[in-house]
Design a protein around this ligand. Structure first.
Ligand SMILES: CC(C)(COP(=O)(O)OP(=O)(O)OC[C@H]1O[C@@H](n2cnc3c(N)ncnc32)[C@H](O)[C@@H]1OP(=O)(O)O)[C@@H](O)C(=O)NCCC(=O)NCCS
Length: 148
């Protein structure tokens, strides 16, 4: 995970976290413990790995996450693909697996918050069936998809 985070551009970090979260904060031990050891009743995370080769070890190249709401039967979807693997279908594959998982878990709805200038994530989620509208923040689009 530390290596994965060190490969990300500032732009990808901003699009995922909506802030310029510094590498040092992203790889802090307490944070990684929290995001790596998850409660499967509340969360699911999928990673895409580049397999190990003679030239080097396996590497995480993308992470997709589903986090259930504590109050409603819904979950928020997010994904982050490292820059050199973007636009190769990895994000779409991760998100479609998370949507399938949400259906299997009998969730009623999936939600996602996407920056208005992030056409890739908006398009990817629309392809899955998400519908977007502007929220209270003009820079953020709120999307939802009924699963039931
Ligand atoms: C958004 C993100 C997850 C998409 O994953 P990806 O693997 O790059 O995207 P895919 O190759 O699966 O393509 C998905 C769709 O987005 C489109 N797309 C991808 N990058 C794009 C770009 N820069 N501009 C416009 N469209 C783009 C693709 O054409 C494809 O649409 P299509 O199937 O209709 O042609 C990835 O780019 C990423 O991690 N970005 C930075 C973090 C981020 O924005 N996360 C989302 C936070 S909610």
């Amino acid at each position: 995970m530390v290596r994965f985070h060190s490969t990300l551009s500032d732009e990808s970090v901003y699009r995922r976290f909506f802030s310029q979260m510094k590498l040092e904060s992203r790889v802090r031990h307490e944070r990684l413990t929290r995001v790596c050891f998850i409660d499967y009743d509340r969360e699911m995370a999928l990673v895409a790995e580049k397999p190990k080769t003679a030239a080097g070890p396996a590497e995480i190249v993308a992470i997709g996450r589903l986090v259930k709401s504590p109050l409603k039967n819904e979950a928020e979807v997010a994904a982050l693909v490292t820059d050199s693997f973007q636009r190769k279908g990895v994000g779409r594959e991760l998100v479609s697996r998370l949507v399938r998982f949400g259906r299997e878990e009998k969730l009623g709805m999936l939600v996602a918050s996407v920056l208005t200038d992030n056409p890739a994530m908006k398009r990817l989620l629309e392809g899955q069936g998400f519908v977007f509208e502007s929220g209270a923040d003009p820079d953020i689009l709120e999307g939802e998809m009924m699963l039931g």
